[in-house]
Design a protein around this ligand. Structure first.
Ligand code: NAD
Length: 384
């Protein structure tokens, strides 16, 4: 099977934008579709700048059956990488229906459209959150799954829906990738994680403290049974993660049916180790205070990555030092993320390849965009 044209849903988001670059580097044609509720078109302009190629982009809400159908009428797609979805654990506890609707309906609309094509090939963004509170480490793809919030349940339900689909027709090829803790940014400093409001995740929180946007980091729990008492997680550089998708796509060519792989480094790093690495490498201070444990957090969590290595020929290569250095480069060059930067684009370092960038000339609107960015819900830093 030939896979050449890849649809990236949620391609303007944090992981999607980095994946677009790795796909383009590998010679794939990328078509991007996003409703921009949690992302900026500037991210895609930057991707084009890095890759030196334009990306056909559609404003599509995957919850709209009509829009998804139209997209597939307009574009011939060989495989789809499905990033589009809501992702904040805390928000999902407050607004479970919003999560079920956005994550499940969009997946079902996408699969319905894919089902009408010959290219029933999909890579899905799952999460290590599906391992729930498992204490048996490292976490393998065989570790029993469970979910403890609406976000995690959407990931588990989608994994099961996709399993049923794979069983329903031999034409389906489905790759489930369970991400551990994606951090870092592209080494150019042009794209990175741009959370709305108070970051949900540890690394953007650390970098916003370091840059002076937030006062101090609160470290939840310092009495865990770990080397320094703080929680241990498997942080993975977003570029390694992006390359994991390229590896999964390569595998889909072999008609594997349904497969699940962990994408992590296999190594745990504590919250304080990460903070200290950030300070040491970037020569900045990250004021923090140790506070009580947060309900729902496990002491330690890291992946067994041997299956991805064996079956996908993929393994993470970036170190913690790379992760903190690249995060800081992105943060210092874009202290307010993609916001405001747009005004400064031509003046500063971001010289567009094509002067007709704004408005993006190859952006095709299936529906008028302009939906407001999602409501900001402040949450303490969490590991998804
Ligand atoms: N970042 C993490 O820590 C992490 C960890 C595990 C899994 N994941 C999963 O990976 C995927 C990508 O995560 P991310 O960090 O890049 O998130 P992100 O919010 O940066 O990207 C998601 C993108 O999807 C878009 N989107 C959301 N709903 C949509 C819809 N209905 N139609 C069209 N576009 C829509 C958003 O505008 C955004 O551009 C998500 O599914 C997330 O659950 C992320």
């Amino acid at each position: 099977m030939v896979i050449k044209r890849v649809l990236v849903t949620g391609g303007a988001g944090y992981i999607g934008s980095h994946t677009c670059i790795e796909l383009l580097k590998e010679g794939y044609e990328v078509i991007c579709a996003d409703n921009f509720t949690n992302s900026s078109t500037v991210a895609l302009q930057r991707v084009e700048q890095i890759a030196g190629r334009p990306i056909p982009t559609y404003t599509v809400d995957f919850c709209s059956k009509e829009q998804v159908k139209r997209l597939f009428e307009l574009e011939k797609i060989d495989a789809t990488i499905h990033f589009a979805g809501h992702k904040a654990v805390g928000e999902s506890i407050e607004k479970p229906l919003m999560y079920y609707e956005n994550n499940l309906v969009s997946l079902m609309n996408l699969c319905e459209a894919l089902g009408r094509t010959k290219a029933k090939n999909i890579v899905f963004s799952s999460s290590a959150t599906v391992y729930g509170f498992s204490e048996s480490l490292p976490l393998t793809e065989e570790t029993p799954t469970s979910a403890h919030n609406a976000y995690g349940r959407t990931k588990l339900y989608i994994e099961e829906i996709l399993r049923d689909l794979a069983a329903s027709h031999p034409g389906w090829n489905i790759s489930i990738l369970r991400y551990f803790n994606p951090v870092g940014a592209h080494s150019s400093g042009l794209i990175g994680e741009d959370p709305n409001g108070i970051p949900n995740n540890l690394m953007p929180y650390i970098s916003q403290v370091a840059v002076g946007r937030l006062e101090k980091l609160r470290v939840f729990g310092s009495d865990y049974d770990t080397p320094d008492g703080t929680g241990v997680r498997d942080f993975i550089h977003v570029v390694d993660l992006a390359r994991g998708h390229v590896a999964a796509l390569r595998k889909l060519r072999e008609n594997p049916g349904y497969m699940i792989h962990n994408l992590g480094t296999g190594k745990g790093c504590s919250v304080l180790e990460l903070v200290r690495a950030f300070e040491r490498i970037n020569k900045v201070r990250v004021p923090y205070e140790l506070v009580g444990r947060r309900p729902g957090d496990v002491a330690e969590n890291y992946a067994d990555t041997s299956k991805a290595k064996k079956e996908l020929g993929w393994e993470a290569t970036h170190t913690i030092e790379d992760m903190v250095r690249d995060t800081w480069r992105w943060q210092t060059r874009n202290p307010h993320g993609y916001k405001k930067i747009q005004d400064r684009l031509p003046a500063v370092m971001f010289k567009p390849i094509n002067p007709a960038y704004l408005p993006k000339e190859n952006m095709r609107f299936i529906v008028p965009s302009g939906q407001p960015r999602q409501q900001e819900v402040p949450h303490p830093p969490a590991n998804r």
